[in-house]
Design a protein around this ligand. Structure first.
Ligand code: NAI
Length: 681
């Protein structure tokens, strides 16, 4: 066979007759198994079946890695389950054909090998992988509301055994090459420089396939499977409600029903994925994935390369922001008037790094990048300055007056204020267009979103750089206008306050929380308020109550004045034991009011509509993205704006009117509903 090039694939035949099949998807930075990539692959496999080479080695020409998965965009294009099934069965046919080639086949894995990419690799006889930390291997399909669908369920379980395989597929996590070797998902993890040789050796001296321990067979016995399934289900149920996230349950079912009968299980896998992929959950989770990509896209600014971050204010937020930036590779100086505050930052940073980095050398290297700086010497070198001092406009203004003359002209000046309009701070600067808000959320290391707040004076360059900086510290940027509460706190607060009102009315706390988790929130509002800190909730609510219709319930003020601040003080609404809320069971006779869930959710949705009317964010998609990544809003519902459209704005406005009639003016429908109703076909 001579060297040959298709649109996406390239064939190179070496002197030993081994074919090296390179995937280099056209017009894309990443390899994905789109329909055209698969179609060409099928044609190539036909040729290899007719005239088998000495060996076939599949590799990627992309820096990003082997194959990142199927083409997610194609998931939303199926109009019927039948259409989806045909596409999936085609994938099956291709993987089966690869598996049945008579020559040795090897997948050479680098970087991302995920989803369909790993399924393709599993259909090869051998897999070798670069053991660099950048290699990430996994089957993350459950995160998109499906499970592996190109024969991966069967092949993964066959290779790794049921315990490892189920854990990998049910969690959707990705693992290192070494971990993958340990669980037999791949055959060899070797340094990059030996990778080609390792692949070649698999062809020239095919090693014996490693077998699984005997007890794995016992776990797969027909009678044992339903028992073990109960354990899997219990674990899954702790994270995902079956009614909201059916995919992991479908995967467990597939194994229980069909394991051992390979062909039937493969057929059932295709049918199951076709069903899931055309269902609402998967369609909405794919939407969330795309929204995430959209936010990432807002931070693309390749020529902007900041290196040094200077944080002022070493409190709860500033300390964690500084620690996070150093973890992301930045040189960081942190300034505070209180030396003890700086000491606490280093301590907290050490705990974070220990958890994330585990090994001594990277922990030390990261700590070396985080420098306490009592006198603010870092200001002159900084590319980005983040102010996170007390929430007091005059104190902040004075600080900006002091520091501006010491900064380089191109330094980005950011404030983490959660309530002061940017315009009120910018007037302290000679160059007010340099000021932008970088509104982080607490806890910084856990929350993926940063609101990029632009005041009237903020220049476009400043705003774009701020978004790009957010990406560089691995966060999602959401541009918002400088209006009270921005987007996330403004939408969250009425919902939290309604929960507190319900608590004041005597509704058992766990009943309130359950109403929200039943809707799909990751945590109930009472537990969330306790986790954020009741003092913080009170402060934000008080500030927002000046601008919007929020009454701060007395019970909240009461708890804060008695220093019951929530998780951090050991008690708030709940008491906390070992960091977990102790939730008393409600009385068995207790029946919650039928409008309980509506009261919580509708206050939130009403505020979302108000934010759209006020154009806090540019469009509904960005509002959905911000609220999902900023509050955890039920991802399987695709975001609040999407949910409003699905339920119908007219019907929801009626619901608000009913709630207003029964519970008061705080449910008065925002003026924005009528516009929405007009826009809805
Ligand atoms: P904090 O009270 O924990 O820390 C403030 C720190 O700033 C203290 O260590 C103080 O010594 C230092 N400081 C005060 N004036 C200073 C000055 N002139 N120069 C240097 N250091 C000075 O406050 P926290 O909670 O970290 O809040 C900081 C900012 O972040 C505020 O603007 C707040 O609105 C905002 N924010 C707070 C969130 C939270 O959950 N706590 C969430 C998002 C934003």
């Amino acid at each position: 066979m001579t060297d040959y090039k298709e649109k996406n694939w390239k064939i190179e035949e070496d002197a030993d007759g081994i074919v090296w099949l390179h995937l280099d998807k056209a017009d894309s930075k990443t390899n994905v198994l789109s329909a055209d990539v698969l179609a060409e692959f099928e044609t190539l496999l036909d040729a290899f079946s007719n005239q088998p080479p000495r060996g076939l080695i599949i590799l990627s020409d992309k820096d990003s890695g082997f194959i990142a998965g199927a083409d997610v965009k194609e998931f939303t294009a199926f109009s019927t389950e039948q259409e989806a099934r045909e596409a999936i069965e085609r994938g099956h046919r291709i993987m089966n054909r690869l598996e049945s080639l008579s020559c040795p086949t090897v997948a050479m894995l680098t970087g991302f090998t995920l989803g369909g990419g790993l399924e393709l690799a599993l259909a090869c006889k051998y897999r070798v992988a670069d053991n660099d930390p950048a290699t990430r291997i996994g089957l993350p399909e459950v995160k998109l509301g499906i499970h592996p669908g190109f024969g991966g369920t069967v092949r993964c379980l066959e290779r790794t055994g049921v315990l490892n395989g189920m854990d990998l597929m049910l969690s959707g996590r990705s693992i290192s090459a070494r971990a993958a070797q340990k669980m037999r998902l791949i055959d060899y993890a070797v340094p990059r420089r030996h990778l080609r040789e390792a692949a070649r050796a698999c062809v020239q001296n095919p090693p014996k396939q490693k077998s699984l321990p005997v007890w794995n067979n016992l776990l797969n016995y027909k009678k044992v499977r339903p028992l073990l399934a109960k354990v899997f289900i219990k674990k899954v149920a702790a994270r995902a409600n079956r009614a909201h996230y059916p995919a992991p349950y479908a995967l467990i079912d597939l194994w229980v029903q069909h394991y051992g009968d390979r062909d039937t299980m493969l057929h059932a896998e295709a049918a199951s994925v076709a069903h899931l992929i055309t269902g609402k959950t998967a369609q909405n989770l794919v939407r969330v994935f795309m929204l995430q990509e959209q936010l990432k896209g807002l931070g693309r600014l390749p020529d902007y390369v900041p290196r040094h971050v200077h944080v002022i204010g070493a409190g709860v937020m500033g300390g964690d922001i500084a620690a996070w930036c150093a973890l992301q590779g930045f040189t960081v100086t942190i300034q505070d008037t209180q030396p003890e505050a700086l000491g606490r930052v280093i301590q907290r940073a050490y705990s974070l790094y220990k958890k994330r980095l585990k090994q001594k050398r990277p922990i030390t290297a990261t700590l070396d990048r985080l420098m306490p700086d009592l006198d603010g010497d870092g200001l002159v070198k900084a590319d980005v300055v983040i102010e996170a001092i007390f929430e007091d406009a005059e104190v902040k203004r004075q600080l900006f007056r002091d520091i501006e003359p010491r900064l380089k002209p191109e330094t980005l000046i950011a404030t983490n204020t959660s309530s002061i309009p940017l315009e009120d701070l910018a007037n302290a600067l000679n160059n007010p267009e340099r000021l932008v808000g970088l509104h982080f959320f607490n806890p910084v290391a856990m929350m993926p979103l940063i609101e990029i707040v632009h005041g009237k004076q903020t220049s476009e360059t400043t705003q774009n750089r701020a978004s790009a900086f957010a990406r560089k510290i691995n966060r999602l940027p959401l541009p918002v206008t400088s209006s009270p509460g921005f987007l996330v706190n403004r939408v969250l607060m009425p919902y939290l306050m309604e929960a507190v009102v319900l608590a004041e009315e005597g509704v058992p706390l766990s009943v309130i929380d359950k109403a929200a988790t039943d809707f799909g929130m990751p945590m109930g509002p009472i537990e969330l308020a306790d986790t954020v800190g009741l003092d913080i909730c009170l402060k934000v609510a008080e500030i927002l109550s000046r601008y919007m219709d929020i009454e701060v319930p007395g019970i909240l003020q009461d708890k804060v004045s008695r220093k019951n601040l929530g998780k951090k003080s050991g008690a708030g609404f709940y008491t906390f034991a070992k960091g977990k809320a102790v939730k008393p069971e409600p009385d068995k006779q207790y029946t919650p009011a039928t409008d309980l869930q509506d009261r919580l959710i509708m206050r939130m949705l009403n505020e979302v509509v108000a934010c759209q009317r006020d154009q806090v964010v540019e469009n509904g998609d960005l509002a959905d993205a911000g609220i999902i990544f900023g509050t955890g809003f039920a991802p399987f519902r695709g975001g609040p704006v999407h949910y409003i459209k699905e339920r119908g704005p007219e019907q929801l406005e009626k619901l608000l009117n009913n709630l207003m009639h029964n519970h008061g003016d705080r449910f008065k429908p925002d003026a924005g509903w009528s516009t929405l109703i007009k826009q809805t076909p």
